[in-house]
Write a protein that binds this ligand. Structure first.
Ligand SMILES: Cc1cc2nc3c(=O)[nH]c(=O)nc-3n(C[C@H](O)[C@H](O)[C@H](O)COP(=O)(O)OP(=O)(O)OC[C@H]3O[C@@H](n4cnc5c(N)ncnc54)[C@H](O)[C@@H]3O)c2cc1C
Length: 445
């Protein structure tokens, strides 16, 4: 039982994983390349450094999925949440933290733990034996990225995310939108009606282009090269190249008939594609963007049918190393081709400090059970942890896989509850009650 767990990367996921394993009596070595090898975003050599905002987002564990994830991590004795709570700053319903004190607190606790050793240095290959968790994050070093790409095939590892906004299906106004695949393509009725379509008149299209061009945009960080450009231009850049570019690109109206007004051909059509097997989430096809979040909601709600849309996540384009987890990882986050290696954190295709730490916690729990030879019962999918890991390891569409935040669209419906906006409060409470009971039961097993 004295087998060591090696963790590569002492960020959000790696730090939480190390804590969980050491607390369970497993010796841990954290391999962290900083400060010897730096990234463009990290500023220190500390563990669990927050590279940008200092927010862990909503702390509402009854009505918000990220708040529920906080709750589940606290319940599991998570170090990241303990330190976030200790170094909390006033921020209304959000959990904001003093980043310096937080990261110092995590570093001190891990370095002081008798079962944890921190080895500074870059890991550049995937080991053949031993127990390993790779949690090297969105800025995984180049040499290791190459090793992962060689193992998994180049197409399975992305170096930029190009995220189109994702909408909750039940917030689309279906008196304006309709379901149809272009040219009714497909073998089955489901395939022929796979897309949600939102029609635009000429006036609506022109106003939309004006709003896109005038919107506030985010700049790339210094050192974050823009090598993404081929094939995934931000929509505002496409619009800037010519007012008709989008109408001949992702918004082309061909092969589609407006089910609510079959006689009139739309001037342009915005298409939304199913984003999960549950059919609760749809992404706006081809709408990756560098618009600021506030601008995105204003501009996208100009689309007929999306006036009241609620977004599970907004769009973005960032430097982000992540793998095609739905094809590469099993349900215990092991690399299928090398099961002695688990992946955790943002490299698995979750997004955000909280989600990354949560996946570190989970990967460690799986590894602990394996090292101790005490198998765990299946992780309940109705917990926030379970919903998220289920999404990345199988629930998401592998072909269009992009990083995901935790959100209620990933949860299985609760029977007998009303859909739509009106029933949302009761529905969310039912999700979180169900999740808490299931998580407690799993932890106690
Ligand atoms: C520019 C930028 C801004 C971001 N802003 C936000 C934000 O505002 N809010 C938010 O929630 N999320 C943000 N993110 C995402 C955020 O980085 C992640 O959510 C979170 O830090 C991921 O945790 P992680 O443990 O997976 O990776 P990290 O926290 O990045 O930790 C990975 C660790 O692995 C180390 N490492 C990498 N390669 C190797 C190697 N080969 N050998 C050894 N060590 C290695 C790195 O030095 C790092 O310490 C941002 C990301 C970037 C790049």
């Amino acid at each position: 039982m004295t087998q060591t767990l090696h963790i590569v990367g002492g960020g959000m996921a790696g730090s939480e994983a190390a804590w969980q394993a050491a607390q369970a009596g497993i010796p841990v070595v954290i391999h962290e390349m900083r400060p010897k090898v730096e990234t463009f975003a990290h500023q220190t050599g500390k563990l669990a450094e927050m590279v940008c905002s200092n927010s862990f987002r909503s702390d509402d564990h009854e009505q918000n999925a990220v708040g529920l994830l906080h709750w589940e991590m606290r319940e599991a004795g998570g170090l990241i949440m303990e330190m976030a709570d200790t170094h909390q700053l006033p921020a209304g319903g959000a959990l904001a933290v003093d980043r310096e004190a937080f990261s110092q607190g995590v570093t001190d606790r891990l370095r002081a733990h008798p079962l944890i050793t921190v080895e500074e240095g870059e890991i550049t290959s995937l080991p053949d034996d031993g127990h390993w968790i790779f949690a090297t994050g969105p800025l995984t070093s180049t040499a290791l990225g190459e090793a992962i790409a060689a193992e998994t095939s180049a197409e399975s590892l992305a170096f930029f995310d190009a995220i189109a906004p994702i909408v909750y299906a039940d917030t689309v106004d279906m008196t304006k939108a309709w379901m149809q695949s272009r040219y009714d393509k497909g073998e089955t009725e489901e395939e022929r009606t796979a897309y949600l379509n939102c029609p635009m008149t000429k006036e609506q299209y022109e106003a939309f282009i004006d709003a896109l061009l005038a919107s506030d945009k985010t700049e790339f960080h210094e050192g974050e090269t823009a090598g993404y450009f081929d094939g995934c231009l931000p929509i505002e850049v496409m619009a800037d190249r010519g007012r008709e570019t989008l109408r001949f690109g992702p918004m082309k109206p061909v092969g589609l008939t407006n089910a609510h007004d079959p006689e009139n051909k739309p001037y342009a059509v915005v298409q939304l594609r199913r984003d999960n097997k549950l059919g609760t989430l749809f992404n706006i096809v081809g709408f990756q963007t560098k618009m600021k979040y506030g601008a995105q909601t204003d501009v996208f709600r100009m689309i007929p049918g999306l006036e009241d849309a609620k977004f599970a996540r907004l769009g973005g384009i960032h430097r982000n190393t992540f793998m095609n987890s739905p094809t590469l990882l099993d349900e215990q986050m092991r690399l299928k081709s090398r099961p002695n290696i688990r992946f955790a954190g943002q490299i698995t295709g979750v997004e955000g400090y909280v989600e990354s730490a949560a996946m570190g916690l989970l990967a460690a729990r799986f590894a602990i059970a394996e090292i101790k030879g005490t198998p765990l019962p299946p992780l309940p999918q109705d917990t926030a942890m379970g919903a998220l890991v289920h999404h990345i390891t199988g629930g998401a569409e592998a072909k269009t896989f992009q990083p995901m935040n935790v959100n209620f669209g990933l949860f299985r419906p609760v029977d007998g509850l009303k859909g739509g906006r009106k029933g949302r409060k009761d529905r969310y409470k039912a999700y979180t009650d169900r999740a808490k009971a299931a998580w407690k039961e799993w932890l106690s097993a």
